[in-house]
Design a binder for this molecule. Structure first.
Ligand code: 4AD
Length: 456
């Protein structure tokens, strides 16, 4: 049988087929090609015709099988998600007929690679759209094959490429700090602890402290690494493991920091939208997306407290937020959605922010800090200037109840040539949830981890 197959493939009356990925289909029209992939959609028309949309991760192509080709046992029992290899010529479709890229592959020969089950075990029974979200997360390995989930992952890949291109363009050095650490950055309550050869260690919450130590060696730096937060709450925007884009800049002012952030967001969007296939993915997921206008709105924390009051956005107990209180996710989102554009929320009170933040010189109660808020998601970036005075930092450890000993390497940055510096961290899944209009960050992670889920 194998020999027969080879002979058919080599049918001397047909030209030799060129192996292609579907992304190259448009450029390969009119030539005989060989394409392998998964049966994405299947439609049988009478006894003599079958349409199979094939997917190979690089695109989709409609294949038409006629005559003997759809009368074999394999053809009659063909199922969705089976893998097949097809041979034939890609022809442009006449006006009025539709298929991906406006063409179809007219098959002259095909083989089965791996048959997927039909019946109760069939693919479509495993991932029905109205299934329970938790069940669908168990089936994430199959859900990923869908048009929406795979489009999100493709867009994610392009966005990450654009972030890197932006920093490359600006001359930053990329570093890869450790994930296993013995210091905290963003408070003890969200640390994941584990045993490290008999000592307590943590999964990193942020690579910021390490990035700061790179400035004297490498200049401005960035990293794209996983951060971990033991978040106890179930929300649309919290993961236990997320991809964190962080950057650190030396010899800057707070205003430079804000400018750098605006550049990052706008330049990344420009790069992503300049790539036509990516622009189409964004249009598919978030129709009508408009890039935000520069400059971004700037609002101080104090003004946000006033805004909440004036717009009657209250706490659960019916009272208003007071200066000094944390603005939680819900009111923050109400405010951001009402304003409907990106906001740089600045100058948070020192007591509700991390220990390392630089205080404003004109008001010591507040810090040179910023959160970037986006409609639909809320906070996607947190950043600040860092304390550059050693005595002040030692005092800050004390106030936060942190033992300074394990931080000697961080403290010493202020001893051996201190400098005004600052940086930020952007949650990649949150950025994507905003850009791709996803309801939750979970859709923007390959295999999301959150309270109670560490599988598959
Ligand atoms: O505001 P955060 O906690 O800031 C830091 O970690 C700083 N040390 C970063 C820095 O200056 N280098 O976190 C930064 C961003 C948030 O704005 C959010 O987008 C994301 O990280 N983030 C999360 N994303 C998903 N799930 C979580 N549990 C997240 N926690 C933070």
């Amino acid at each position: 049988e194998q020999k027969l197959k080879q002979e058919q493939e080599k049918d001397s009356s047909l030209p030799k087929a060129q192996t292609i990925k579907i992304r190259d289909a448009v450029a390969s029209r009119g030539k005989r090609v060989k394409v392998s992939g998964w049966v994405h959609r299947l439609r049988v028309q009478g006894k003599d015709m079958m349409f199979a949309v094939l997917r190979d991760g690089s695109g989709y192509i409609q294949c038409v099988l006629t005559g003997q080709l759809c009368k074999t046992f394999d053809a009659i029992t063909l199922t969705l998600e089976s893998t097949i290899t097809v041979y034939g010529v890609i022809n442009q479709l006449p006006e009025g007929k539709t298929a991906p890229d406006g063409h179809e592959l007219v098959v002259d020969y095909w083989t089965m690679v791996g048959k997927a089950p039909g019946g109760d075990d069939a693919f479509t029974n495993k991932i029905s759209q109205d299934a329970d979200p938790s069940y669908l997360l168990d089936q994430r390995h199959l859900v990923l094959r869908g048009e929406t989930a795979s489009a999100v992952m493709k867009a994610r890949s392009q966005v990450i490429k654009a972030f890197r291109a932006h920093f490359e363009h600006k001359g930053y050095t990329e570093v890869t700090p450790p994930c296993m650490v013995q210091t905290q950055v963003e408070g003890g309550s969200t640390l994941f602890a584990f045993d490290y050869y008999g000592q307590q260690a943590y999964l990193t919450q942020s690579s910021q402290l390490y990035l700061e130590t790179c400035l004297p060696a490498l200049g401005d730096v960035f990293c794209l690494a996983e951060s971990y937060r033991a978040e106890k709450s179930h929300t649309r925007r919290h993961l236990s493991e997320y991809t964190h884009l962080e950057a650190e800049l030396a010899f800057i002012t707070f205003d430079d920091l804000l400018q750098g952030l605006e550049d990052l967001i706008c330049d990344t969007l420009d790069r992503v939208l300049a790539d036509e296939p990516t622009r189409q993915l964004i249009e598919q997921l978030n129709p009508g997306f408009q890039r935000p206008q520069r400059p971004f709105m700037r609002m101080t924390y104090a003004d946000a407290i006033t805004y909440l009051k004036e717009n009657e956005i209250k706490k659960e107990d019916g009272t208003y937020y007071q200066f000094g209180e944390d603005i939680p996710e819900a009111p923050e989102r109400v405010m951001t959605d009402k304003i409907g554009k990106p906001i740089f929320l600045t100058r948070f009170p020192a007591e509700i922010k991390a220990f390392y933040m630089q205080k404003c010189s004109d008001d010591r109660r507040v810090t040179e800090s910023v959160d970037v808020l986006m409609p639909g998601v809320g906070e996607i970036v947190g950043g600040s200037m860092r304390m550059d005075n050693m005595e002040e930092l030692i005092e800050a450890y004390k106030n936060a109840g942190i033992d300074s000993a394990p931080y000697y390497w961080y403290t010493e940055q202020r001893k051996y040539g201190t400098t005004p510096h600052g940086g930020f961290g952007l949650g990649v899944e949150r950025f994507l949830a905003w850009l791709l209009n996803r309801y939750t960050v979970r859709e923007c992670s390959l295999y999301p981890r959150f309270t109670g889920r560490c599988t598959p």
